[in-house]
Design a protein around this ligand. Structure first.
Ligand code: HEM
Length: 472
């Protein structure tokens, strides 16, 4: 069962039409969707098909007690509070439809992450941290494997995946929380990453004895977050969302570690995917110099003499970069749209019974020639420049859809583009061995299909690259 990809491939071969099919394991049925029209129907039916049971399971995996999970799904939570508290909480003052905490939180995601002032603040903060950290003297020793000794032409050899992950999380976590989180737990990013490495176990509810590292890292990260929220308000600098979440969860009645667990779950969404997508984008460029050169000339034109870059220009004037981004999102994404039937309903002609789970694995359509043209399983960034309408294809759903459509997609694109622009501007990159010896015909590593991925997929192994300061 761990290799869902193999299961879907077998199912797809066995059932030759695009009708949904069911798999029954230990008495519970999972219906697998293959047709994008059925996917759209699933997203649309928000009354019979619910996302909440999946979220509840995740919350329990983050250590939130069952009774507190019930509290965050309690509708109209403001009505249970005394008047003096009611008047201070968004759960009452800005909740005309009397939603439960969790559903209101989804609206706050959008307020923080969709284009607007809150997103601009976040991306500008991210860029400040990025400009500072993209220097040899700021690179952390744990991802450097070799340091050249030539003072005139300094060089470092690093693991590409580790570099992308460390830089992105360094900047994103600081943009979302401010520096204060790292004063409490200087290794917060590494502790989180240790948890993330094993986070696929979360889907199977591994108990402590079988996933000690996972649970220990979770408890340590949550304790750091709980301590962070104990710093007086004016001395810490969370983004708008994280300030509101902690305050409103306190109104709902959640204790400090459960509030911190809820925030950690969002840290997962923030961090887990973009660094893998950066890895795939960069390694494909390094293995195809033509693409690298085209992208670099686009991104260089968006960089400024003071070592920064213009975000809006990157988003609007870099078609080759867009192609690499879209192609990586398409090929290296194993996200699954999930819902659970709370009443009987239909998808197409198929009856879905209350209690059934519905799974829509995006690789069922993102690798289809019918949507993406020939060689749909191969990386061809130019398919996006040749067909400008491809991003609107029904088969392209890397960020999900419906009411759970990823609100972080704008931030993800911005952080990736800024990272790649500054990396290419400041450094010459080459695939090498661990001691910096060039590899003449580097190959893109295979993608890991044997571990479940919440969205972006990891490579089977990392790649060494050597960075030299670029003369510009
Ligand atoms: C390349 C990077 C990313 C990919 C591929 C990705 C993909 C996804 C997918 C597939 C979903 C589930 C949608 C569904 O079930 O319908 C999702 C949800 C979500 N994502 Fe992302 N995501 C990325 C980056 C981010 C970032 C950077 C953030 C935050 C800054 C973020 C925040 C969220 C949140 C909060 C949700 C839950 C939405 C809800 O339940 O209302 N994501 N993402």
């Amino acid at each position: 069962m761990r290799c869902a990809e193999a299961l879907y491939t077998r199912g797809n071969k066995h059932f030759r039409t695009l009708e949904p099919y069911g798999i029954t394991i230990a008495g519970s049925t999972t219906v697998v969707i293959r047709d994008t029209a059925d996917l759209a129907a699933m997203w649309k039916n928000t009354t019979a098909l619910s996302y909440d049971p999946f979220v509840s399971r995740m919350l329990i995996a983050f250590g939130i007690s069952k009774c507190n999970v019930e509290k965050v799904f309690q509708s109209d939570p403001g009505s249970l509070m005394p008047k003096e508290r009611k008047d201070c909480t968004l759960l009452h003052t800005e909740n005309p439809r009397r939603k439960c905490y969790m559903h209101l939180q989804s609206e706050w995601f959008k307020k923080q992450l969709l284009p607007g002032d809150n997103l601009v603040r976040l991306q500008n903060d991210y860029l400040i941290y990025l400009r500072d950290v993209m220097n040899f003297d700021k690179f952390k020793s744990h991802f450097i494997t070799y340091q050249g000794s030539d003072m005139d032409s300094p060089a470092v050899t690093v693991l590409l995946g580790k570099l992308s992950r460390c830089i992105l999380s360094h900047c994103a976590l600081r943009a979302f929380f401010g520096e204060e989180l790292f004063q409490i737990e200087p290794d917060f990013a590494q502790v989180y990453q240790k948890w993330e490495d094993d986070s696929w176990k979360v889907f199977y509810n591994y108990p402590y004895i079988f996933a000690k590292d996972l649970h220990d890292a979770r408890l340590r990260a949550i304790e750091a977050l709980a301590q962070y929220y104990e710093i007086p308000d004016h001395q810490r600098h969370p983004c708008w969302l994280f300030r509101v979440m902690d305050r409103e969860l306190e109104f709902v009645g959640l204790p400090r570690t459960d509030r911190a667990g809820m925030v950690m779950m969002i840290c997962w969404a923030i961090n887990n995917n973009a660094h893998y997508i950066c890895f795939w984008m960069i390694i494909h460029m390094l293995c195809t110099p033509d693409i690298l050169n085209t992208v670099r000339s686009e991104t260089d034109a968006c960089c400024t003499p003071d070592g920064s870059c213009k975000i809006e220009k990157l988003l609007e004037h870099c078609p080759a970069l867009d192609g690499v981004w879209n192609e990586a999102l398409r090929l290296y994404n194993a996200s699954t749209a999930v819902r659970k039937a709370v009443t009987d309903c239909f998808i197409g002609n198929k009856i879905i019974h209350s209690g059934d789970q519905i799974f829509g694995p995006v690789r069922n359509w993102q690798l289809e020639e019918g949507f993406f043209g020939e060689c749909a399983r191969n990386f061809r960034a130019d398919r996006w420049t040749k067909n400008k309408n491809l991003t609107r294809s029904k088969g392209f759903t890397p960020f999900g859809g419906g009411h759970t459509y990823c609100p972080g997609r704008y931030f993800a694109q911005r952080e990736t583009y800024m990272f790649i622009a500054i990396l290419l501007r400041r450094f010459e990159l080459q695939v090498t061995d661990p001691s910096g010896l060039p590899i003449l015909h580097p190959q893109v590593p295979p993608v890991e299909v044997n571990l479940p991925a919440p969205a972006a997929m990891r490579p089977v192994h990392d790649i060494y690259i050597t960075l030299k300061r670029r003369a510009v």
